[in-house]
Design a protein around this ligand. Structure first.
Ligand code: AKB
Length: 314
């Protein structure tokens, strides 16, 4: 049975990952950590952890008897552009501390990279697994450096590091906050509450996306795969769908016919989106560990609207 410590456990991915891992491996076998206290009482172990405090991270993992570390704490793309030095210190400092903890305690290790690790010179369509990565954002620089660092820890120290390049993740549990793909979550709340949405990303801007249940399953599947199957390890392209705001609005209109979308483009987030791929090729993830997404855009929209209606009505 695994004993897993998770950083950033109250974030968009972390808050659902904790539930998934506790269902798979047992409540007491998953230690949730975050820089802030949970707003509601958490079912299972929790500890306060600022990931820039490496000694505390290692001490917590040791005390818990962790054999796995999932490092989720990070500043997303738009917030990183607002405060590049904070992003560098948190994203890179936190990652180095997490890798050092994994090295010291011989832990299996997961951390997500992102479509943000690509840049304007990357082929935009069916972006290959191995290709140019010259991102123009601080977040992207952090993500490419992180991919390389995780490879380094594997080759140099034998740490069992693994990771995926997540696209925009769509979920109804916790709001993302500070990302470029966040419009694809905000739109659902506005559709249910107001019947219209003003997008900060322009029509015609395609980005990869994935529904959270598929993202969580991808993490579990990758971590459970026999290491001998893995060639790429730390930065598998994964995706489930690619759409622009107008296509997403049309899919929402199948459920809310009067739904309207308008545009008030934010130049910072638009330029980040313009530097990212339209659609990824995830054949390496499919071949090496059987990655498969189950939600396409219509299935995701149906579930999101149902869950957000329940949430708003409650
Ligand atoms: C963001 O928009 O910053 C993230 C990401 C794609 O990594 N959702």
């Amino acid at each position: 049975m695994k004993k897993i410590m998770v950083t950033g456990a109250l974030g968009q991915i972390g808050s659902e990952l904790i539930v998934k891992l506790r269902n798979e491996y047992g409540t007491d076998n998953v230690l949730a950590t975050d820089i802030r206290e949970p707003q509601t009482e958490m079912d299972g172990p929790f500890a306060i952890l600022d990931v820039t405090d490496g000694d505390k991270m290692t001490a917590l993992a040791k005390e818990f008897g962790a054999d796995t570390l999932m490092h989720m704490a990070a500043l997303l793309s738009a917030r990183a552009e607002e405060n590049p030095m904070l992003a560098w210190n948190l994203n890179m400092g936190g990652l180095v501390n997490a890798l050092e903890t994994a090295r010291a305690l011989n832990l299996q290790f997961f951390t997500p990279s992102s479509i943000g690790s690509f840049g304007p010179s990357t082929p935009k369509d069916h972006t290959p697994q191995d290709t140019f990565q010259r991102p123009t954002t601080m977040y992207g620089i952090n993500k490419v450096s992180g991919e390389l660092l995780c490879d380094y820890y594997y080759h140099k120290f034998g740490v069992d590091t693994r990771g995926v390049r997540f696209p925009g993740l769509i979920s109804y549990v916790a709001q993302p906050g500070g990302g470029t793909t966040d419009y694809a979550v905000d739109i659902f709340y506005k559709a249910v509450e107001d019947g219209n949405y003003t997008s900060f990303i322009a029509e015609g801007t395609y980005m990869d996306m994935m529904y959270m249940p598929d993202a969580l399953q991808a993490i579990v599947d990758l971590m459970e795969t026999d290491a001998d199957n893995l060639i790429h390890r730390n930065a598998f392209n994964v995706t489930a769908m690619s759409f622009d705001p107008a296509e997403l609005a049309a899919a929402i209109r199948k459920h809310i016919p009067s739904f309207e979308i308008a545009y008030d483009v934010d130049p910072v987030r638009q330029s980040i989106a313009d530097s990212w791929p339209n659609s990824l090729d995830c054949s390496a993830a499919e071949a090496e560990w059987g990655f498969q997404a189950t939600y396409d855009m219509d299935a995701m929209v149906t579930d999101m609207l149902e869950k957000i209606r329940e949430k708003v009505n409650a």
